[in-house]
Design a protein around this ligand. Sequence first.
Ligand code: KG4
Ligand code: ZN
Length: 318
Amino acid sequence: MAGGLLRSNVVASQEVHAKWGGVVPELASRAHQEHIVPVVREALDAAGIAVKDLDAVAFTRGPGLIGALLVGACFARSMAQALRVPLLAVDHVQAHVMAHFIRDGEDRPRPSFPFLNLTVSGGHSQLVLVRSPLDMQVVGRTLDDAAGEAFDKGAKVLGLPYPGGPLVDRNARSGDALRFALPKPAIEGLDLSFSGIKTAFVALVNREELRQPGFKETERADLCASLQHAIIDHLMAKLRRAIRELGVNQVGIAGGVAANSGLRLRLAELGRREGVDVFVPPMAYCTDNAAMIAMAGHHLLEAGQFAPLDVVPVPRTH
Ligand code: KG4
Ligand code: ZN
């Protein structure tokens, strides 16, 4: 990234997770170790710059898996120290919000401050009031599972490979979303919950599969559509409530689940109904990516918020 403009965005393939049906922490950190040097090299080559041209090094401090975070933190600390440039410790969940502001030469509408953001990923589900790139207030959060987890666990019981979210999305397109009724979480205020939906879905599939073997294959489209509908309904209900309570007129979504086509459609509909502008980052900036970390780092650099060289990763924020 140069002056807030993206120069390259390289993401290593995540096939190790698909092979084992989920994220195995030890394997994830080993994959980070194997990939980090070639990925940095590729990113520099694609940007057409040399290591000595770097003004700063940004890395993800957390939240995330400690083993993987440690690999990135150690690498970034060493690189910043060797190059004598500032080290920028980025918050993973805040960086997802910065996906709206990545400048890559494409012209698209962007939210202005303040706005409300729904950040939904495999590890987090939050409603955030974004006052500036460095001032974000979490106004609601999941009390149990993340939205992405509900997609992934639902996909797993259907026998779909990890991560299942994109596959549920694809299968749901030809399914009947009202075929299987799932619970509507009754959580007060702006907090969220997905474990009830997940548990009911897993129980439904296991019960029916016992009664009629092959059920989960023959009914796959309707099952995926019903699961997706239940998750999105809950997200939309909370988003609507937050829009009204906070009186915002701009709403964004970010994180891996923001890549979901059903969620994107329902968000547009909600925006029209509530009279608010909605913002959705391009797909490539929704799921975990380097560009969003660089964008968040750019603002830390501008604000002079540098991390000490002995900074340690934080696996969770609360
Ligand atoms: O943000 P992300 O790449 O990683 C985390 O920070 O967790 O999000 C990954 C999550 C996974 O749970 C994945 O299944 C979900 O995002 N996801 C989707 C879609 N694409 C990715 N969920 C539903 N529909 C999609 N199209
Ligand atoms: Zn993420």
